[in-house]
Structures are given as structure tokens and as C-alpha cells.
Design a protein. Structure first.
Length: 301
């Protein structure tokens, strides 16, 4: 098969692994810089051009769309969809998962476990907003934040009010969530491919830190999932409409709760922790399901 990986940087671990794994399975794999693609939008013959040439037909596209280029990146993915190319994750699903508020609302509608979350616009709602999620300590998140950036733990109600007021003064969109203390600064990253969790790791925050992101010094170890955790991860991926994603869970006293669904999960941490060929499993999914003109919007909203 002829397969394209949409990625800004061919030297990133995840991009390199996907290229190596594809070629090892006999596929022809090209890495294409998403921002250097440009689209010819015309009646009945849409195409994607790259560095002055029209791109050839690809049997499948693996989108690795960074959060900072979501708008343009999903437009490129959508153009491939219009051309009948099979996209591992569809443009609508990527956009859906990148909007933290929208994704939480969709998960809530499907009765999937979540930390209690508040969202507001006017500063006079702050006290009740904090009270409604259970009071301090609370986690305050920028809607546009990634890799733990823009996530703050407020230990007291006064601190929470001050942080919310500061963010609102900057006209930033924020979420206020209950702090799952029993998680102990750890979360579970589940890697879902198709309708199956193919790998899972426990990420533990560094000493003095509550964010477990590996980019922030967290450590990763192999973990065994419960049946409930596995079902929650698979259902969250289905709601988002994502075929390949990372689902981040916290172990709460009320069962697993979903923190985030990531449409471009990094492979280095989970492959290192689990010693599993996740990149190869993604190609296994492509080999089974990649057919022309199979793009359709999974999930709703």
C-alpha cells in the first residue's frame, strides 16, 4: 500500500516509528509536512499539492496533527477525505477531540465517567462555579492548553477564585474540575486502535508535581487495566469517532474517569513502557480497513 504520514517533523519518534513500521510491513510510506500542503478545491476533482507538485494517490493517510495547527491540519485531512483517501482519524473526529469543552459534553451525554467540571464566562459566577465542582482543591485548565501547560492546581477556594479571575481577565477560556485526590498524581494512558486497547501505561507525576505528563518529568510503567477501565477507554474513543487515540484515565473512588482523548498520541512513552509494537498495530488496522471512499463521520456532535 502507498501511505502518507502527515507530520511537521519527520525526526520525531512517533513519525520515525510509523515510517519504519510501515516499510517493515512492505508498504511505501511518505512523510508529508502538513503546513506545506496546499489544496486545489475545485468541482469534482479536489487535490492536494505539495512543494509545487500534485500528490499521488495514497491508499491511506495517518494524520499526526499537532494542537497548534488543528484548523489547517484538519482542513488538509478533510481534503484527502474528499479525494476518497482512507484517513486513520477523520477530520471531524480530530476537531471534536481537540475542543476540550465539546469533548467533555459529548462524553457526558454518553454517561462516560468524568471529573465534575464547570465552565463559565462571567466573573460573578466564580464562587458558585467552584462550589459546584466540590470546592477546593480544584484543577483549573486552559481550554487550549496541551502537555500539561495551562493546568493549575488551586489548593484553596481563595486561590481558585484568584486564578479564575486572572484567566478571565485575559479573556481565556477555562474549565474548573474537581481534583481526584485518590489518583495520587497518577493517570493511565490507554492506547486504543480500532475498538481495542492495545497498550496501557501508568504515568506518575514527579515529586512535588501533580501533572503526570512525561513532558513534565513524569515516569511511565506498565499497568494492568480493569475490565471497567478498558471499556471506558474504548467507549470514549467511539464517542470521539477516533480509530487511533490515547485515552487518559484517572482511578477515582467512583471508578475510572476520562481526563482527555488525544487524537495524536505519542508512541515513545507507551512503546518503551509496554515493549509493544504499537506502530505495527496501527498498520494492522489500516491493512484490515483501508478501502477507498470509506470516510464517514463516526459519532455525533
Amino acid at each position: 500500500m502507498k501511505i502518507a504520514i502527515l507530520s511537521r517533523n519527520e525526526n520525531l519518534y512517533s513519525t520515525r516509528r510509523l515510517k519504519e513500521a510501515g516499510e517493515a510491513r512492505g508498504h511505501e510510506v511518505d512523510v508529508i509536512d502538513t503546513l506545506h500542503c496546499y489544496m486545489d478545491i475545485t468541482r469534482s476533482r479536489p487535490s492536494v499539492r505539495y512543494k509545487g507538485l500534485q500528490l499521488p494517490h495514497y491508499d491511506a493517510v495517518i494524520p499526526r496533527i499537532g494542537a497548534s495547527i488543528t484548523f489547517y491540519g484538519t482542513a488538509v485531512v478533510r481534503q484527502f477525505e474528499m479525494m476518497g483517501t482512507f484517513c486513520v482519524n477523520e477530520s471531524v473526529a480530530i476537531s471534536r477531540s481537540r475542543d476540550k469543552l465539546r469533548s467533555l459534553q459529548l462524553l457526558s451525554r454518553k454517561d462516560i465517567g468524568l471529573p465534575r467540571t464547570g465552565f463559565a464566562n462571567k466573573p460573578d459566577n466564580i464562587k458558585d462555579l467552584i462550589k459546584n465542582v466540590g470546592g477546593a482543591p480544584v484543577v483549573i485548565k486552559l481550554l487550549e492548553g496541551t502537555q500539561g501547560i495551562g493546568v493549575v492546581l488551586a489548593e484553596t477556594n481563595k486561590a481558585a477564585e484568584s486564578i479564575v479571575e486572572a484567566f478571565m481577565g485575559l479573556k481565556a477560556n477555562i474549565l474548573v474540575q474537581e481534583y481526584i485526590k485518590e489518583a495520587g498524581g497518577a493517570d493511565i494512558r490507554c492506547l486504543v486502535v480500532g475498538n481495542k486497547v492495545v497498550a496501557a501505561m501508568k504515568r506518575q507525576a514527579a515529586e512535588g508535581e501533580f501533572r503526570s505528563n512525561l513532558h513534565r518529568g513524569g515516569s511511565a510503567t506498565l499497568t494492568k487495566l480493569t475490565k471497567d477501565e478498558r471499556a471506558t477507554a474504548v467507549n470514549a474513543a467511539k464517542v470521539m469517532g477516533l480509530n487511533v487515540c490515547g485515552v487518559d484515565l484517572l482511578r477515582s473512588s467512583n471508578g475510572p474517569v476520562v481526563m482527555e482523548v488525544n487524537s495524536s498520541p505519542g508512541l515513545e512513552g507507551i512503546e518503551t513502557a509496554t515493549h509493544k509494537d504499537v506502530a505495527g498495530m496501527i498498520y494492522g488496522f489500516i491493512e484490515q480497513f483501508a478501502k477507498p471512499n470509506q470516510t464517514r463521520t463516526r459519532g455525533k456532535g
